[in-house]
Structure formats: structure tokens, C-alpha cells
Design a protein around this ligand. Structure first.
Ligand SMILES: N[C@@H](CCC(=O)N[C@@H](CS)C(=O)NCC(=O)O)C(=O)O
Length: 202
């Protein structure tokens, strides 16, 4: 097996890469490491940064599995815009909420309510923009599912387990989009592995 994903199913960044590999129907080995994850090996190529890895998979295996970066050249720029929106506007506040409300309680560190409220306000503003976009488009990149949607899956999954789930449920078009993208078989498979990796509260 040539592809190795160094990571943990609990990690949002590892989940982003795992869901992409499943969309492409690729075989891979998950290698549990220490330090920042994910890291990725495909033969001699070694990569880190989950979004760079998903883009590599989408282009290298373009002819296989789900098309993730646009079948036509004309679709690629809009998908690219929404991948950037995720990375530069959505990821910041949503990752803060995952850390404060999911990871800190799991490892026994007190939650910083100031950070939670600031991140909640910022994420709500971002989701207002998504709501308008998704009122007119089935997916962020247009008519088809793409990496622009997939990159959101891990953080939304964790936030929906917290009292801040209402950020998403209060936006009807965002909720419709989440129901659609989270019911894809590749994501269902990756999320089930993540569920199994999360320590259960006594
Ligand atoms: N921007 C990086 C973020 C990676 C990241 O934050 N990984 C976390 C888990 S989701 C981690 O490995 N933390 C442990 C550490 O930094 O040692 C990516 O998308 O790959």
C-alpha cells in the first residue's frame, strides 16, 4: 500500500484528508504518530498541511472516484474562492470553538468563555454569508460537491456536539447543506472512525 496517512481519527485535519481519500476510493494505511498531524506519504512524496494534501489527492487521482475540484476549467476558480473562504474566514473561529468546547473539556483544561463568545460572533457572521450563498447554490462551489464543501466537514461535526450547534441549525440553508454533505458515504465512513476514536465520558 503506497499511501500512508500519519494522524489520528480524532484530529479534524486528519479527518479532512481521510474523507478525501474515501471520496477517491483509495487504499491507505493510517499510521499513529506523535507531534502535529496529519502527515502524508504517497510513495516518495511526503506532505503536511491537510488542505495541501487534499488538493494533491484531488489532482493526482482526478480520473478516479468523486470529482473534487471541478470537472471543467470554468468551475475551478469559484471552487478555489470558497476553499480560500474556508481557510481564511471559517477555519479560524470554528477551530477555536472545537478547541475550547471539545478538546479542552476532554483533556481537563478550563474553557475560556471570552474566546468562545468572540469566536461565536465571528463564526455567526461568516455563516450569514454562507446562508446567502447556499440560498442560491446547492454547494459552495456551485452545483456540485467539491473540496470547498468537504474542508468544512470536520469542524462542523465537532461543533454540532456542543451548545454552539445552534450557530448551524439557526441557518436553514446551511443546515440543508450540512445534511447533504454529511450524508455522503465517504464522510460517514471517516466520521464513524472518528466516533470510535473519541474517548467516551464516564
Ligand atoms: N493547518 C494544519 C493544522 C494541523 C493541526 O492543527 N493538527 C492538530 C490536530 S487537528 C495537531 O496535530 N495538534 C498537535 C500538535 O500540534 O502537536 C493542517 O490543516 O494540517
Amino acid at each position: 500500500m503506497a499511501i500512508k496517512l500519519h494522524g489520528s481519527w480524532m484530529s479534524t485535519a486528519t479527518l479532512r484528508v481521510g474523507a478525501t481519500l474515501y471520496e477517491k476510493g483509495l487504499d491507505f494505511e493510517l499510521v499513529p504518530p506523535f507531534g502535529q498531524v496529519p502527515a502524508f506519504e504517497d510513495g516518495d512524496l511526503k506532505l503536511f498541511e491537510s488542505r495541501a494534501i487534499t488538493k494533491y489527492i484531488a489532482y493526482k487521482y482526478k480520473e478516479q472516484g468523486t470529482e473534487l475540484v471541478g470537472a471543467n476549467f470554468s468551475e475551478m476558480p469559484i471552487i478555489g474562492v470558497w476553499m480560500e473562504v474556508e481557510a481564511h474566514h471559517f477555519a479560524g473561529p470554528s477551530t477555536k470553538l472545537v478547541w475550547e468546547l471539545c478538546i479542552k473539556p476532554m483533556i481537563g483544561i478550563p474553557v475560556d468563555e471570552t474566546v468562545v463568545e468572540e469566536a461565536t460572533g465571528k463564526l455567526n457572521g461568516v455563516l450569514d454569508v454562507y446562508e446567502a450563498r447556499l440560498a442560491k447554490n446547492k454547494y459552495l462551489g456551485g452545483d456540485e460537491f467539491s473540496l470547498a464543501d468537504l474542508h468544512h466537514l470536520p469542524n462542523i461535526r465537532y461543533i454540532l456536539m456542543t451548545p454552539k450547534a445552534s450557530l448551524f441549525t439557526s441557518h436553514p440553508h446551511v443546515s440543508r447543506w450540512w445534511s447533504d454533505i454529511s450524508s455522503r458515504p465517504a464522510w460517514t465512513k471517516a466520521a464513524a472512525l472518528s466516533d470510535a476514536a473519541i474517548p467516551k465520558q464516564a
